[in-house]
Ligand binder design. Structure first.
Ligand code: SAM
Length: 291
């Protein structure tokens, strides 16, 4: 039987053969558990008809499982030292393309057009480098790429924040930023033991399903997100307090009270109690009157 890359023995073998030293600065924690990988691929909705985009293939642990289960895999890897290793580990799979590029600088839309079939169902699946989890995910969801979903291993704490609902400790501007573009849920919690080397933080798998339409109607998206950030600036303070600070150069306090009334929101509440719909109506009321 075949020895998968995602096993402690094969991983160690490759590390030795190539004298590979992990770079902490690149978030290199490789997966060494095939069951976890199969679970991720199942949650992602990968089938033989679908395309997969991976970020950071490492030595190919997840890439190999994607190659087995998907129609085609395109993987972005920043670390040049991994290219000859991937050449060896993925030699048996003819449906994998490795792109040596920083995902944050890559033109993903163009890569999709070149490498996948028109209209193909495409999923992003990755064990992300944790030092840039949020920039990567925000880039991918904001660019409104033609992908169906993103299923990613990230820090548990960040996964919880991205999927959080109002009135919880994790709920904040990141929750709304992500949920404006996607439907977010935590699909799996993962123990540290499945990584080599083990990370210092707990990990979860987050699934983001791209929305076709935003869930709320917003007149100006930039202002909407600015207002939300400002409403969480001082978490312990009331919405009124945060708004007064945010808008002090533009409006008198009395005017801000009128905005709150017109949006039917009690200024004595905290930002963390407001739904996305409530932030949207408040943002629209204020944006109309902006000087
Ligand atoms: N997928 C492999 C696995 O699960 O075993 C490796 C995952 S490891 C957590 C993250 C990978 O992302 C590393 O291979 C790292 O070199 C790569 N990486 C880090 N920063 C990157 C970037 N900006 N663009 C593309 N890849 C990056």
């Amino acid at each position: 039987s075949k020895k998968y890359i995602a096993t402690p023995s094969r991983t160690k073998e490759l590390l030795n053969k190539y004298s590979f030293a992990f770079k902490k600065s690149l978030g290199q924690n490789f997966l060494i558990d095939v069951n976890v990988l199969e679970n991720i691929i199942h949650q992602a909705g990968i089938t033989k008809e679908t395309g997969a985009i991976e970020i950071g293939p490492g030595m190919g642990a997840l890439t190999e499982q994607l190659a087995i289960h998907a129609d085609k895999v395109v993987a972005f890897e920043i670390d040049q030292r991994l290219l000859p290793i991937l050449e060896e580990t993925l030699a048996d799979y003819d449906n994998v393309e490795i792109i040596h590029h920083d995902i944050l600088k890559a033109n993903v839309e163009e890569v999709i057009q070149t490498h996948f079939e028109e209209g193909q169902d495409i999923h992003v699946v990755a064990n992300l480098p944790y030092y840039i989890t949020t920039p990567i995910l925000m880039k991918l969801v904001r660019d409104q790429l033609p992908v169906t979903s993103l299923t990613v291993m990230i820090q548990k704490e960040v996964a919880d924040r991205m999927a959080a609902v109002p009135n919880t400790k994790s709920y904040g501007s990141l929750s709304i930023a992500v949920q404006y573009y996607t439907e977010a849920s935590v699909v799996l919690n993962v123990p540290k033991q499945v990584f080599m080397p083990q990370p210092n933080v707990d990990s979860s798998v987050l699934k983001l399903v791209m929305r076709k339409e935003p869930p709320v109607q917003v007149d100006n998206v930039d202002f909407f997100f600015e207002l939300i950030q400002a409403s969480f600036a001082q978490r312990r303070k009331t919405l009124r307090n945060n708004l007064n600070r945010f808008l002090q150069d533009k409006f008198a306090k009395q005017q801000i009270e009128t905005f709150l009334e017109n949006a039917a929101i009690d200024g004595g509440r905290r930002g963390e109690t407001l739904t996305m719909e409530e932030f949207a109506s408040l943002a629209n009321v204020i944006h109309k009157e902006l000087p």
